[in-house]
Write a protein that binds this ligand. Sequence first.
Ligand code: HEM
Length: 410
Amino acid sequence: MDLDAEHLADSAFWAAPPEHRHRVFAALREHDPVRWYEPRVSGFSRACTGFWALTRYEDVWNASRNARVYCSGVTIDIEEMPDELGEFYPSMINLDDPEHFQLRRMVSAGFTPKEIAAIEPKLRATARRIVDDVLDRFGDGTEFDLVQELSSKLPLAAIADLMGVPADDQQLLFEWTNAVVSPDDPATGIAGAAEASRALADYALQLGAERRARPAGDLTSALMHAEIDGRRLSTEEFANFFILLASAGNETTRNAITHGVRLLTAHPDQRRAWFDDFDAVAPTAVEEIVRYETLISNMCRVLTEDVLVQGVPIAAGEKVALWYPSANRDRRAFDDPDRFDVRRPLHRQQLGYGGGGPHFCLGANLARAEMTVMFDEIRRRIPDLHVTGEPTRVLSMALNSITHVPASVR
Ligand code: HEM
């Protein structure tokens, strides 16, 4: 493997088959686990700055948990953020303490296991309706687009319900959110993403103001009335948080469901192992889908002081990229890491939701609940659901996304 011939921020690397990327990451973990990549302008529309790539489990885990040194406030992206988009992103994911801690404390009450358990019946009812619809229209075995007809629906409805967005507005939310996370997709472009961010922000400002005036028992109302240390969330802070939730919680969970169906198609023994003992296996199965496919590829941090990682000195002010798909295939952390195993023990914890530091995915419990409910409904009603062709993948170094894949229930 010629590591000099591969650049992790080059579009060619992400256009190659996933197996190639896993071979490169494996070589990096073995031979160059802390490697510097020069700034680059590639087929992606935005330029990337230089960065250090951390590819071993241990290093990604440590960096995630040391937010004082590995900070998020400067940037979390490899690519430079265009000015048009920057104004919409000062939410918790790219804040440091004390602002991060304050904001996270205000919103985290809506995402505890107890809160998620309380909305589970609603998630189940939505999953049932989605499968009813698939059965009605494609029950005879007609091919359909899995992403459009099944995977995309529950994540969107879950966030919309949680935040109190009426059903009639969900389609709009869906379109804006897709555009916000796709500035590199030529069909959207930076202008399209900026326009959608503005539309989402306007929508959220209005929703926040309405709930401030008339609380309605949803998370938006709770947030607009929460008071911590004598401070309330401003409607602008709420709007930024709303955009973050809509973009962080939608496409990731949608991809987890799509990849899950793909994996169960490719591994019928794993489908049997899970579906024959659903409740017992679900906690490890939903974690294994997220480990194996690792839906978010990286997050960056900028160093606040000099450090030594695996003996390599990195200077304060430099950017470090945490490569989750690589960490999740590290043989130092997982036995036989390239095997998809729905019963893989939960220790060690996979890093698809981050390494457990202060920025650990706020929606992890919600994502797990959505996946469990959706696959339970699939098991009961359409247990033979399978993909029938190759997926259309998004060319992205940030997200492991599928836009279309044909499927059938027979
Ligand atoms: C399978 C689905 C999901 C995956 C793989 C995923 C992955 C991630 C990752 C890797 C991070 C960054 C962690 C870090 O920097 O340490 C993150 C942060 C975040 N996620 Fe998720 N996520 C998923 C679903 C969701 C959902 C459903 C929501 C909300 C409805 C959500 C909301 C957030 C938020 C708000 C943050 C920022 C937290 C902070 O900075 O304190 N995510 N997620």
